[in-house]
Write a protein that binds this ligand. Structure first.
Ligand code: FES
Length: 581
């Protein structure tokens, strides 16, 4: 029992404010729509469903979404709805500069207005690449009309010379191998095409696959949606069934706020631990929760994730890729495991109208090396660890399952890079005073410092260390890290350096202590010394004078609360604005 009571049907829908009458304005709205050849009865009060499509040829992970939209339309027509495909802002992780994250909030703001200002009764959020999923979910949450997520699905497995090659993960690995002299540049170029051999999003458990899993775990996508490969015929079937389902959701008035409850977020956080999901999920879920007024904090991430073993053996934490995850049974198997372990709010409602438990309780695991039994977990305490201390009073995150166990407790000498340009200028210098026991510190890459908070936290190691066969060092920054990356990398250090967080005053030669088990991140200087350094702090981050960058800098919040804009938090509803004609 979920407590949700469907509304009575039929009733007047919001799209009828535009289409349902005989006034001049109603005629105006219908008449212009008819130039596309729609018959008059599509305006008769049936649900109008916006298919919000992040298709773009410059968002390669979503370049197949026009095809998928046609399948969604089939489903909507079958169920008696009227589909309208609407392009929305699309930010590709692979090419949007300075970083796609800078545009997540812009996309979310645009989507919110696209929904509110136009005749839609429900939405299908057609997404895939990293930022497209949270941005559309944030916009839909702030309008709170019935919405369902359909992701584009991951690429097929990559292979290079017989070995599995994971999107992103092997880009970092091969790049380090070239620096260490273990791979030639020619081989690296040859590997390039092998990483991306079909349409779809990254095939690792990177941020796209993580956010697809988060949408499913939150109950916002149909069960089984996350893992189906982009080119598998079952991806198209999933799109069509989702199109059918959104029509019934509109009739029932089943909204994001009915689904994305505190219980749903707790299910998603635990699921992230079980799948070894991306650290980026922390920021995105905090932001989505803020849109529906659910008070989820970094402490919730640490508390809930601690209880969960990582059982999904996918890169970057493990061995396999999303294709194998799908063949093994995908996310429903993981959610069933959580339910059996007492780690699932079983009654949480989903877009299907069923509870989280009802829709997974009979699924089977078809490969116990891909989805492991708890006794053979990759990490007994998966999830995201949140470290605190005088270096991160508001928290910093690390993904222990992707880190080196011997570095999870470490004391080392800081080697400081003041910003990403300083890092790039000095990292290859053979005279740089650094060895594998040092702690690499990168500043000014947080939301304001590097507008958008770039994925540079997994900064590569110096060549002279790599040549010794060392592949990991402790790294600390206020940046993010690609979900496909790995290593003992402490991220999202808050407050960020650009606003005067303690990270700003670390100096090369200071000693830093990391203790993940104790959740501690400590700069070993006295309180007096720290206070004196902070008193002398002057921000290096330039304030953009105009344009979107100015809005971004003025309003972006810290990573510890989701890096949303201060004026976009909360649900503003879908009340129809005044007609201007
Ligand atoms: Fe688009 Fe990874 S770059 S999903």
């Amino acid at each position: 029992m979920t407590g949700f009571v469907p509304k009575e049907w039929p009733r007047k829908l919001r799209s009828q404010e535009w289409f349902g009458g005989t006034s001049r304005d109603h005629i105006y709205h219908r008449s212009w729509m008819k130039n596309q050849g729609f018959p008059g009865d599509v305006f008769d009060g049936r649900p109008v469903i916006g298919i919000l499509n992040t298709w773009s040829e410059l968002t390669p992970c979503n370049a197949h979404l026009r095809d998928l939209a046609e399948r969604v339309k089939h489903g909507i027509y079958e169920a008696g709805g009227f589909p309208v495909e609407v392009p929305v802002f699309s930010a590709a992780e692979s090419s949007f500069r300075p970083t796609a994250m800078m545009y997540r909030n812009l996309a979310a703001m645009a989507v919110e207005e696209v929904i509110r200002g136009q005749p839609m009764d429900g939405c299908v959020l057609l997404v895939g690449c990293d930022k497209t999923t949270p941005s559309l979910m944030m916009g839909a949450a702030s309008c709170d009309i019935p919405s369902i997520v359909v992701t584009g699905g991951p690429m097929l497995n990559g292979y290079f010379r017989g070995e599995r090659v994971g999107s992103g993960t092997h880009l970092w690995k091969f790049s380090e191998a070239v620096k260490a002299g273990e791979m030639t540049q020619a081989e690296f170029l040859e590997a390039e095409a092998s990483m991306s051999r079909s349409p779809g999003s990254c095939n690792t458990m990177g941020t796209a696959s993580t956010m697809a899993s988060m949408a499913e775990a939150l109950g916002m996508a149909l069960s089984g949606n996350a893992a189906i490969p982009a080119v598998d015929s079952r991806r198209r079937a999933m799109a069509q069934v989702s199109g059918r389902r959104i029509v019934q959701m509109v009739k029932d008035d089943l909204k994001p706020s009915d689904i994305m409850t505190r219980q749903a977020f707790e299910n998603a956080i635990r699921t992230n631990g079980a799948i070894g999901g991306s650290t980026n999920a922390v920021i995105h879920l905090l932001a989505i929760a803020g849109r529906v007024g659910i008070d989820i904090t970094l402490d919730d991430w640490d508390r809930l994730g601690r209880e969960v073993p990582t059982i999904v053996n996918l890169m970057p934490s493990g061995k396999y890729l999303m294709e194998e995850f799908f063949y093994a049974g995908g996310l429903p198997v993981v959610i069933r495991r959580l339910g059996e372990a007492g780690l699932l709010h079983k009654d949480a409602l989903t877009v299907s109208g069923q509870t989280a438990w009802d829709q997974v309780k009979d699924v089977q695991n078809h490969n116990e090396d891909v989805i492991r039994p708890v006794e053979q977990a990759l990490a007994s305490h998966g999830g995201i660890a949140v470290l605190k201390g005088n270096l991160a009073p508001k928290g910093a995150v690390i993904k222990p399952s992707a880190a080196s166990p011997h570095l999870l407790r470490h004391r080392g000498r800081a080697v400081v890079f003041e910003d990403i340009d300083d890092y790039k200028a000095r990292i290859n210098d053979e005279a740089l005073d650094i060895d594998e026991t040092c702690v690499m510190v990168l500043k000014n890459c947080g939301p304001k410092g590097y507008p958008g908070m770039a994925e540079v936290g997994n900064m590569g190691l110096p060549p002279k260390v790599l040549r010794k066969g060392i592949t990991d060092m402790v790294r600390i920054s206020d940046a993010r890290m690609s979900g496909t990356a790995y290593g003992t990398v402490i991220l999202h250090t808050s407050p960020e350096a650009a606003v005067g967080g303690p990270l700003a005053v670390v100096r090369s030669g200071d000693m830093i202590e990391v203790d993940v088990e104790a959740r501690r991140l400590h700069l070993d200087i006295s309180d007096t010394e720290l206070a004196e350094r902070l008193a002398d702090f002057r921000s290096r981050a330039p304030v953009p004078e105009g344009g979107y960058a100015h809005i971004f800098h003025a309003h972006v919040e810290g990573a510890d609360t989701g890096a949303d804009f201060d004026f976009l938090r909360g649900c503003r509803g879908s009340a129809v604005g005044r007609d201007s004609h």
